[in-house]
Design a protein around this ligand. Structure first.
Ligand code: C2E
Ligand code: CA
Ligand code: CA
Length: 612
């Protein structure tokens, strides 16, 4: 009978049944074999406190009173057995001094005798106790002793396998590096949330982790992750912070913290910013956070998606701080996604073309260069200007493909012009931030122009100020230097829009500065606007750089520019971007010949356009 009992419990262990259920079954089976006995199993925790685990025939009020009792030399039968690590037989609870502190409790439930044995683990530690209670004072029988001895190993197996399962579970839900709950745990927690409860989801991303890894090594990157994890966990304590993987963390905020959302987020951002030593290097970490509030109109999964969108948006426009999802953010992102899709499709269908806008000597009207601008041809023949889709270049993959495609078109067009002897000086090519991440941009430029026999001095690489200024990235400075060393010219595009620091111009020199249209728009209208343009022209000249005014639309602007010694302009006053064959005709007529002596003075072209 004992064997049968052992087997049935072992089977439950093998099936992974719940511990309480298995041991309650064991107790009930024992009670069937030993009429009059009440079996009870307590577990012992690492703080030496007892906890009821199974005692199906004892009253709940009695067993729950045993919870959290510390073991000791005279703590009833079980507390003493666990403490002394040997069996304890109490024949009469009423009289035995071991039961002094608990006897009124036991007697009030009619319990009079109790024999308890420690359950040892395989390493000899005490895992709990197995006890038999009786309602009259008595000593244990031989059968009772035999059955207890037979049950102890079963209890051990059940308790240890439960412990192992718990440990597995804990590990499966814990991130090894940071000890924070992991992605699986995050999903579990998120699943318990409801749309109509009030909570917010924070997704946090450590900025520039890749740069830290690349510059200081992976050990430094790991240190950075660990420090941010600790800081985040303490900023939101007692709520858990989850590590979703890589440099991404999450927090589900609810009313537990009793603080306004912005206050908590400010605290996280501020805590993250403290300097940290990573593998011997001091780093000033920053984090970017995307936030979505629960909303009964949206499912939990949608809220998660909204937090992703907010994070994506924050990384784009407010790195180092946070963005809270709203409909404006959603429409910006949707528009971008649409642009990305459209450009990817157009590239695939070969519907992206290089058009050219002339850069003109304002004083003579000669075309001294052209800027290549991407145009998308729709299936109905409509031509879409880049302004309507250049958001797509925020997607690294599309951006790189677009540049590669444009390089192919431009090198072919310029090669043709030169072969035909068309007077041609320079072509500007717009680069995106993504072009600086890979290694091959310089190579593919060199290869494409070499194949068409176009000397590199004809090529100007236009880098927008926001890319150029990207301080975190020494890589950009190095690439710009290597472009110039290879013989390309580099222009700083949209100058004045991206907080260019002048020290940057000293450390990373360029050949040309293109003053952004927004400044040219103010020329002659406001004193301040005019002063800024004058200042830029003076700085550029002082540093030996050429200046091109972008977006020149009126004769008045052209005159003011020439007066201020800026003789290169680009804008609708002269021409919009036109297809390559039209540009060939324009160059034939107005292209600056290399042998033509530069005329600094001279009248501003009185005619508006130069195409007629
Ligand atoms: P951008 O490099 O600053 O190019 C100048 C933009 O201003 C062009 O718009 C041009 O058509 C427009 N523009 C020129 N003169 C005037 C003017 O007098 N008035 C007005 N209102 N606009 C003028 P587009 O072609 O739509 O290009 C917009 C932006 O898209 C470009 O700004 C550039 O950042 C980007 N882009 C264009 N082509 C490419 C390309 O091939 N590759 C990459 N990565 N970006 C490109
Ligand atoms: Ca440009
Ligand atoms: Ca520009």
């Amino acid at each position: 009978m004992l064997l049968e009992l052992q087997n049935s419990i072992l089977k439950m262990v093998a099936q992974g049944d719940e511990l309480g259920v298995m041991l309650a079954r064991l107790c009930s089976e024992v009670e069937l074999l030993l009429p009059g006995a009440h079996a009870s199993i307590l577990t012992l925790d690492e703080n030496n406190l007892l906890h009821p685990c199974a005692a199906p025939s004892l009253p709940d009020q009695y067993t729950s009173a045993l919870d959290n009792i510390p073991i000791g030399p005279s703590i009833g039968s079980c507390g003493t057995a666990a403490f002394l690590q040997k069996s304890v037989t109490v024949i009469d609870i009423k009289r035995d001094p071991l039961w002094e502190p608990y006897k009124s409790l036991a007697l009030s439930f009619g319990l009079r005798a109790c024999f308890s044995s420690p359950i040892f683990g395989s390493n000899g530690t005490v895992l709990g106790t197995f006890a038999l209670y009786f309602e009259e004072p008595r000593a244990p029988s031989l059968l009772e002793q035999t059955i207890v001895i037979g049950c102890l190993p079963i209890c051990m197996i059940a308790l240890e396998s439960h412990e192992r399962l718990q440990e597995h579970r804990r590990l499966a839900f814990t991130d090894v590096m940071t000890s924070l709950p992991n992605r699986a745990k995050f999903y579990e927690a998120l699943q318990k949330k409801r749309s109509n409860d009030e909570w917010s989801l924070l997704l946090l991303d450590v900025d520039h982790l890749k740069t830290v890894n690349d510059t200081f090594g992976h050990a430094a990157g790991d240190d950075l992750i660990s420090v941010v994890a600790t800081r985040l966990a303490s900023a939101v304590h007692p709520l858990p912070a989850y590590r979703l993987g890589g440099d991404e963390f999450a927090v589900i905020l609810d009313e537990t913290l009793r603080k306004p959302l912005e206050e908590i987020v400010d605290r996280i951002v501020a805590m993250a910013r403290q300097p940290v030593k990573c593998n011997g290097h001091t780093i000033l970490p920053t984090v970017t956070i995307g936030i979505a509030r629960s909303n009964e109109c949206f499912s939990v999964a949608e809220t998660r998606h909204h937090a992703d969108i907010a994070l994506y948006h924050a990384k784009d426009i407010s790195r180092g701080t946070f963005a809270i999802y709203d409909e404006t953010i959603a429409s910006v992102i949707l528009k971008r996604a649409e642009a990305i899709r459209n450009v990817a499709e157009a590239l695939n269908d070969n519907r992206i073309e290089a058009w050219y806008q002339p850069i003109v000597r304002i004083d003579t009207g000669e075309v001294v260069g052209v800027e290549a601008l991407a145009r998308m041809r729709l299936s109905d023949g409509t031509i879409v200007p880049a302004a309507q889709f250049h958001e797509a270049t925020k997607d690294a993959h599309v951006a790189v493909n677009l540049t590669q495609h444009m390089i192919r078109c431009i090198s072919r067009d310029v090669g043709n012009w030169l072969r035909l002897g068309i007077p041609f000086q320079h072509v500007g090519i717009n680069l995106s931030a993504a072009d600086f991440s890979g290694n091959d941009i310089l190579q593919s430029l060199e290869k494409a122009f070499a194949a068409e026999n176009v000397p590199l001095r004809h090529v100007i690489l236009e880098v927008t100020e926001s890319v150029y200024i990207c301080e975190q990235n020494q890589n950009i400075a190095n690439k710009i230097a290597s472009f110039r060393a290879a013989g390309f010219k580099v222009a700083l595009d949209d100058f004045g829009t991206g907080f260019a620091s002048l020290t940057h111009l000293i450390t990373v020199p360029v050949d040309i500065i293109k003053i952004d249209k927004s400044f040219i728009d103010h020329l002659g209208c406001e004193h301040a606007g005019t002063c800024i343009v004058e200042g830029i022209i003076d700085i550029a000249k002082g540093m030996g750089m050429r200046v091109i005014a972008e977006g020149v639309e009126t004769l008045a602007q052209a005159e003011l520019l020439v007066e201020r010694d800026c003789i290169l302009g680009q804008g609708y006053l002269y021409s919009k971007a036109i297809p390559a064959d039209e540009m060939a005709t324009l160059l034939e007529r107005r292209g600056q010949r290399q042998d033509s002596a530069p005329k600094i003075e001279g009248a501003v072209q009185r005619r508006g356009g130069i195409r007629a």
